[in-house]
Design a protein around this ligand. Sequence first.
Ligand SMILES: [Zn+2]
Length: 110
Amino acid sequence: MIINCPSCRKPMSSKATVCPNCGAERGELTDEQLSELSRRRLRDRIYRLKMASYAAISVLLAAAGWYFYEASDLDLTPSTGPLLLVAIGSVAYVVVRAFLFSAKRALKTH
Ligand SMILES: [Zn+2]
């Protein structure tokens, strides 16, 4: 079984007592505790990614609001700002969703 080093988080064999990457000892942690630890880290990561995806959606909503604000005012010359913000928000959202997808899959296999 492959676990993550409790010290450097690099993958290592659960049979190894010392991490080949950083040399940290696994100490008294059992396989069960270690896999619970990596599951907890994945859940933390999923939580942060969810927050990031909400932030990306907020950026998209703000961009839409900005766009319609400029579009509704005939005196204003529409700027590229809102479109730029939509592009940034969309890319960020897609990237975050991709990370979220792989983190959820990793959680299932742990
Ligand atoms: Zn390590």
